[in-house]
Design a protein around this ligand. Sequence first.
Ligand SMILES: [Fe+2]
Ligand SMILES: [Fe+2]
Length: 271
Amino acid sequence: MQVRKNKSSFAQPVPAHWAGEEALESHVLNVLSLMFPGGEGFFIRSVKHFADRIDDPKFQADIKSFIGQEMQHSMAHERFNASVAQSVGNMDWFLWLFTVPTFEWLEPFARKTLDWEILQKFTLALTAAAENMTAGFAQSLFAPGQKEKILRDDVRDLYLWHAAEEMEHRDLAFDVFEKVGGNYATRMAGLAFAYGIIATYVTIGTAYLVVTDKEFPWSKLPKQLIDLFTAENAIGRVFLEGIIDYTRPNFHPSQQPMHRDALAYLEKLAS
Ligand SMILES: [Fe+2]
Ligand SMILES: [Fe+2]
């Protein structure tokens, strides 16, 4: 596993509906992108807390790469978010709502004041579940016809790079969780909270973006909403399938192998 950089500056403002004709899916992805920097920072802290319990040097090196990759993703998405904000408008209120009560109030209180082993493991369970979600989204981006829907090269490069690395490190948080003795009940609590919290924020943010979008194709909304949860590789369906898959007691992220196009993409980046 290695850390790679995406240097796109998105100098030309990214249009609101950059994910092809599906304006709704574009807005869902716009909201998820706003959540990546805060969320990935949380993943890093959750894994870091347990890093000194890992003695295998290869595992330690992978933890460092995981942290490096998530830091790079955050920085690239911040640039993307600043660019798309020129098209969809200021979303500072949403960023405040997502990051301040959660990562600035609740999390420091829980980590420092309570500092219970069960709570620290729960943050790792949240991370492992969220990583299952991002790996599922990543896998679907490499499905036939999906990446071609992204209209701009710099945006496609951002998402392919991020998705390929999400697949590359999909086992990491899960393996740390198992290594430190995380059990099935904690893993399921992590699943319920991670998916519940993310779904709530994505719904709030997307609803706002749709309502304030002067060019939103309202007549297509019912079909887009149905497609979002039923069409193959659509983000809502992948979200639901990820829940079902993750509840299996013998689940492991490696059971879904990395897409060969993602491997090829990473090899291309290295050359
Ligand atoms: Fe990431
Ligand atoms: Fe990740």
